[in-house]
Design a protein around this ligand. Structure first.
Ligand code: 9MR
Length: 413
């Protein structure tokens, strides 16, 4: 599978003519372009708003899939109801669009995507995000953060967060809450208030209570605290740590549990993908919290990765985390590259996405994977890392990259 797509991509220059090229749009509501795909490809309907020219081998019904298609890595642990092998693409379209369906069949709870309010004005984007065979879970990228929900002390605004929550409900998707206590995207009144310990503890618990309470019953899992560790494994200095001390973490979790007893409560961080000082510190921190009876249900691994530099110790590291008895989730996956995106980089990216998916499938307790949005059109990467981008499985024009097929292959689709 990994070989077939690059070969097709390499053949691209010879295939292009008046017909639609591979991986370009070929239909959908309001689409005025051509609807005929080049030889070797078939126009596949993703949803009412988007059809795309895909390799005919992918588009074919399950029975005609090439024997070389990778079989599912059956979820190591999980329930006996997980199929032992790939439930291969049941229709022409799902073979190209069914991340979540494939993830479920492979034993995960969900495959999801981050999103953001402004992006939802793009009808094609919104329609694909809303396809619950593709994404069974969504995360608001910004609209449940402190600066959005309590920009002025004591005045809570849930308008934007509610849009995402309502969308998840309408689509039948799980919702991840992100995030209540974080050093970043805090309003000035929090960071510059010079509050004493008791006052800031009250402010923090009120915030956690109000926000998680507002969404009680709607959120599958909350990133209760985000990025509390430094890269060397020490606790990050923040207004919360500096004023309250380490206990702010336990207090936030206890408050979250009281606000929504049914939500999974996560500690979320970056650079804890592979083994190392920060991962060890995370394991020690969660172990200590659990020993104290603090209600931590999961560790969120952000996974903002770099093409060609994915750690080799993912599975070992995630298993060590899961061995604590908590869930593991890949919460913000993207794999960036130095632009321009070449065939070689896209091929490596596909392999790297597979490495992440395979590691999650192999670890008992790894319940789901969320990509940090699905299209490069709305990726945070280019504005943060100059000269880098192309980090997501779909490009800025919504065309599938090799990573799409690679992810599906790892998931057994
Ligand atoms: O995707 C988010 C982007 O739109 C914001 O500008 C940015 C501001 O901090 O936050 C991004 O999301 C971050 C997430 O909340 C926490 N982990 C890192 C993510 C990427 O920066």
């Amino acid at each position: 599978m990994a070989i077939r797509l690059p070969l097709l991509l390499a053949a691209l220059p010879f295939l292009v003519n008046a017909q639609n090229a591979i991986y370009t749009q070929c239909g959908g509501n309001n689409w005025t372009g051509g609807t005929t795909c080049v030889a070797g490809t078939t126009c596949n309907k993703f949803n009412d708003w988007y059809s795309q020219c895909l390799p005919s081998a992918i588009a074919s019904p399950a029975s005609s899939k090439p024997a070389t298609t990778a079989a599912a890595t059956t979820k190591a642990s999980t329930s006996s109801s997980a199929p032992a092998s790939s439930a291969a693409a049941p229709s022409a379209s799902s073979g190209a669009s069914g991340f979540h369906t494939a993830a479920k069949a492979a034993g995960l709870t969900y495959f999801g995507s981050a999103t953001d309010n402004g992006e939802l004005t793009d009808a094609t984007y919104k329609a694909f995000l809303s396809d619950s065979s593709v994404f069974g879970q969504i995360t608001p990228g910004n609209s449940m953060k402190w600066d959005s929900t309590e920009p002025t002390q004591g005045q809570f605004t849930f308008t934007k967060g509610d849009v995402i929550a309502d969308l998840a409900a309408a689509n039948g998707q799980l919702l991840r809450g992100h995030t209540t206590v974080w050093h970043s995207q805090l309003p000035n009144w929090v960071t510059s208030g010079n509050f004493d310990n008791a006052t800031l503890t009250g402010i923090m618990t009120n915030h956690v209570s109000k926000v998680i309470g507002h969404y009680a019953g709607e959120v599958y899992a909350w990133d209760v605290v985000n990025e509390v560790l430094n890269d060397d494994g020490t606790l990050r200095e923040s207004v919360f740590f500096n004023t309250i001390g380490e206990s702010y973490i336990a207090t936030a979790f206890k408050t979250a549990r009281a606000a929504d007893p049914n939500a999974k409560l996560y500690i979320n961080d970056f650079s804890i993908e592979g083994t190392g000082a920060k991962s060890t510190a995370m394991i020690n921190l969660v172990s200590s919290l659990l020993d104290q009876g603090v209600p931590v249900d999961g560790i969120g691994i952000q996974a903002h990765l770099i093409v060609g530099s994915v750690p080799t110790t993912l599975q070992e590291n995630w298993q060590a985390m899961a061995d604590l008895g908590v869930e593991i989730a890949i919460t913000e996956l993207d794999i960036r590259m130095t632009l321009p995106a070449t065939d070689a980089l896209l091929k490596q990216q596909a392999t790297d996405y597979q490495t992440v998916v395979n590691a999650c499938l192999a670890v008992k307790g790894c319940v789901g994977i969320t990509i940090w949005d699905w299209t490069d059109k709305f990726s945070w990467v280019p504005s943060t890392f100059s000269g880098q981008g192309a980090a997501l499985p779909y490009d800025e024009k919504f065309a599938a990259k090799p990573a799409v097929d690679a992810i599906l292959s790892s998931l057994g689709a």
